[in-house]
Design a protein around this ligand. Structure first.
Ligand SMILES: Cc1cc2nc3c(=O)[nH]c(=O)nc-3n(C[C@H](O)[C@H](O)[C@H](O)COP(=O)(O)OP(=O)(O)OC[C@H]3O[C@@H](n4cnc5c(N)ncnc54)[C@H](O)[C@@H]3O)c2cc1C
Length: 462
């Protein structure tokens, strides 16, 4: 639901004004009645406790959900309409920082609005890490957990798999502690804020390790032949596919001793202009989608050639630290054993000249191991994730590559990333997750009045 743009931010703890909530790239906007900025768990509880249940009794009346109900949000960086859209909004970012550290167990408990950057700054000096990190560190812990946010290879699980305990605020305002052996934990690990508001999260950390990371452009026929072997041999594997160029930028990392010398080869200085050059070139693709082919080839020659070698921790050497530009993102996933066939079809679709489905750089290909989280994209099978972006977020509706990718992945029983853009509804999504019905039943049991539903989520889950 879009509305004229005002500021979504207001100042002061607990201040309450009406206004408009705006997602990070401006593509999602919602009016709200009240915005709460809690500094203590009790403020979360009070806010949830006084929410009037929708008159429909939680059967998912979308219009009601937009006026009633309560949602918590983080840094607003999701491209799907999952964060706001209710009368009352809770801004988790005011509730941040470390609650406690259990040195002997390598566990840290942080508040929901702590960013990944803040978390990493706490754990790395202790000699700890989280062995699979997304390529963005400005997200909040709760936002990342709620959406199945993930990285690649290494230990290869979404961040939520390292959550051992969380404190969840229930619709009646009470707090429930969910632990790793709780039968509901596999649902809570990726719950889009539908099972309660997360107050704190305890992570199980692992010993810190260092990587030697090598990046270079590799022709399609070579990386497609080799990626399985790389997964077996390397500790970090990320393939940044460069559509319409015949190449991918391949990033491989190997664990090394911290003291081991590495002959580093930094990125050329011109790389700092990549964002500006991309924006200028892709600006022309709105009117002339076919120009994407030329833009991608120019970008590949300028910024995705040669070889880069670095040394660092997983966080230091592989996670992007600055995110000034805006994008609109989609990401789909497929069982690893179906990826090769799907990618043949993807190439055919992208290279057709009659569908205007030209794709901007990058299409990020990453790898996850099977897990048991009910709504995880990797539930039940090893998974390959494929990103799709446009650098013109305001024109996302007319970006045909999103439609091509979605249709294609659905044909291979692919699952979308919950935080990214897709059009599929309950009918298409429900058959993709074996525990879908269990999640819907649990949601109804924990939140019978539907106070945590917004219109978008009501359409899918209620
Ligand atoms: C540039 C960019 C790069 C990205 N890279 C990756 C990547 O590498 N890997 C990946 O998997 N994803 C990636 N993402 C997606 C991103 O990780 C998710 O969108 C994430 O949810 C954003 O966190 P946030 O703090 O902005 O959450 P928001 O977008 O604000 O919220 C996301 C969800 O979390 C819920 N939520 C927030 N706080 C709470 C709370 N306290 N209790 C309960 N629910 C809550 C919201 O209701 C909503 O459903 C990327 C996104 C961008 C924009």
């Amino acid at each position: 639901m879009t509305h004229p743009k005002h500021s979504a931010r207001c100042s002061g703890s607990g201040s309450r004004i009406g206004g408009t909530w705006v997602s990070w790239n401006g593509n999602i906007q919602h009016s709200y009645v009240e915005l709460v900025r809690p500094k203590a768990e009790e403020e979360f509880c009070d806010t949830v406790r006084r929410i009037e249940p929708p008159a429909s009794g939680g059967v998912g009346n979308a219009d009601e959900a937009s006026l009633t109900g309560v949602r918590a949000f983080g840094n607003r960086q999701s491209s799907a309409d999952i964060a706001a859209g209710t009368g009352v909004l809770i801004d988790s970012t005011t509730y941040r920082g470390v609650v406690s550290v259990a040195e002997d167990r390598m566990q840290i408990t942080v508040r929901a609005g702590t960013t990944l950057q803040e978390l990493m700054r706490e754990i790395e000096p202790r000699g700890w890490c989280l062995p699979c990190l997304p390529d963005i560190d400005s997200v909040t812990v709760a936002g990342a957990i709620a959406t199945g946010t993930h990285g690649t290879a290494g230990d290869a699980h979404p961040l939520a798999e390292y959550m051992v305990t969380c404190r969840l605020i229930q619709p009646d305002g009470s707090v429930r502690e969910i632990t790793a052996d709780d039968p509901e934990m596999p649902a809570v690990r990726c719950s889009l804020g539908l099972l309660g508001v997360i107050s704190t999260v305890t992570f199980q950390c692992h010993p810190l390790y260092y990587l030697r990371v090598e990046e270079q452009a590799i022709p399609d026929e070579v990386w497609r032949r080799s990626y399985r072997e790389w997964l077996a041999r390397h500790d970090f594997v990320r393939i940044i596919y460069l559509p319409h160029t015949g190449y991918a930028w391949v990033i491989l990392g190997d664990r090394i001793d911290p003291g081991e010398p590495v002959e580093e080869k930094p990125a050329p200085r011109r790389h700092k202009y990549r964002r500006e050059v991309s924006r200028a070139l892709y600006g022309r693709t709105v009117a002339h989608p076919r120009f994407t082919r030329i833009a991608n080839r120019v970008l590949r020659r300028l910024f995705f050639s040669g070889r880069i070698v670095t040394k660092g921790t997983l966080y230091g050497a592989t996670v992007t630290k600055s995110r000034a530009s805006t994008l609109e993102l989609a990401e789909w996933t497929v069982a690893q054993d179906r990826f090769d066939a799907l990618f043949d079809d993807l190439l055919t679709g992208l290279e057709r000249t009659d569908n205007n489905a030209y794709a901007h750089i990058p299409m990020d290909i990453r790898f996850l191991q099977a897990d048991g989280t009910w709504l995880s994209t990797a539930y039940g099978h090893n998974t390959v994730t494929v990103g799709c972006v446009t650098r013109n977020p305001e024109h996302a509706e007319s970006y045909r590559a999103f439609d091509l990718v979605e249709d294609l992945f659905l044909g291979y029983d692919g699952r979308p990333h919950w935080a990214k853009r897709f059009k599929a509804g309950a009918q298409e999504l429900a058959p993709l997750w074996p525990r879908w019905d269990d999640f819907v039943t649990l949601r109804r049991r924990l939140d019978p009045a539907g106070v945590f539903l917004n219109p978008y989520l009501a359409h899918i889950f209620a």
